[in-house]
Design a protein around this ligand. Structure first.
Ligand code: FMN
Length: 224
């Protein structure tokens, strides 16, 4: 009964809370429509130039095209970085490791309007190949991004960008050219908490349909 009362309460957005009994086969709690996608990568986005730069932590990001590689970041208009990226049309996505998580958190709760986050977090500015924006030296992966469209959405502006150069820590690339993202100690972000991603993969791409002889061959070749 109490549960029913709670379900019928108005949501923060003023809509009626959907009830689970509309669909008897749905055993889950039906909640307000929310951005319940997890885990997501928390990334540190650097912008500006080598002299005047800033870092903003972003969770609303992803890959939207493979070839050419394209990405997006969604940034509220109120962020100091929003104006910088709008003006320069470029930014760098820097992946966050467990070690970098405190800096990522700091860059997500302090504004560049009052803070020099590179200096305060003792992060190294490394010149990009294609952009004026600096990369973060301590991050194992840096993606140089050039904005090609800005999509105004109700709460955020979505900067759609092409990845024009990528840099990967050489200790995470094997002689064969294989990427070892598992060696990076990357962090994930899930509804208010940072996590370290597990080192042991559940399986490789296509493992659910892999033939036993292929699996055997991979093992014999020392592949994961
Ligand atoms: C884990 C995490 C994820 C965040 N994701 C976003 C995001 O996707 N978009 C956004 O506009 N702000 C996001 N923020 C908030 C900004 O990082 C924060 O407001 C920051 O202080 C803005 O810095 P700036 O004013 O120097 O640009 C996030 C913060 C944290 C801690």
């Amino acid at each position: 009964m109490a549960e029913n009362k709670r379900k019928q309460k108005k949501t923060p957005r003023g809509g009626e809370r959907p009830r689970t009994d509309r669909n008897s086969r749905n055993k889950k709690r039906t909640d307000r429509p929310g951005p319940f996608l997890a885990p997501v990568p928390p990334v540190m986005v650097s912008c500006g130039d080598m002299e005047e730069s800033n870092i903003i932590t972003i969770a609303w990001t992803g890959i939207i095209n493979s070839d050419p590689p394209m990405t997006y970041i969604s940034v509220r208009k109120s962020r100091h970085s929003h104006d910088i990226i709008q003006r320069t049309g470029e930014f760098v996505i820097n992946l966050v490791t467990e070690e970098l998580a405190p800096a990522a958190d700091y860059c997500g709760v302090r504004s560049g309007a009052e803070h020099d986050k590179f200096r305060e977090m003792k992060l190294t500015k490394v010149p990009s190949d294609e952009l004026a924006a600096p990369m973060i030296g301590e991050s194992p992966v840096n993606l140089e991004c050039r904005v090609f469209e800005v999509r105004e959405l109700p709460s955020h502006d979505m900067f759609l960008a092409e990845i024009v150069a990528s840099h990967i820590d050489s200790s995470c690339v094997e002689d064969s050219g294989a990427f070892r993202f598992d060696r990076m100690g990357l962090a994930g972000y899930s509804h208010g908490f940072y996590y370290r991603m597990g080192r042991k993969p559940i399986g490789r791409f296509g493992f659910s349909v892999m033939k036993p002889k292929t699996r055997k061959r991979y093992r014999a070749e020392g592949k994961r």
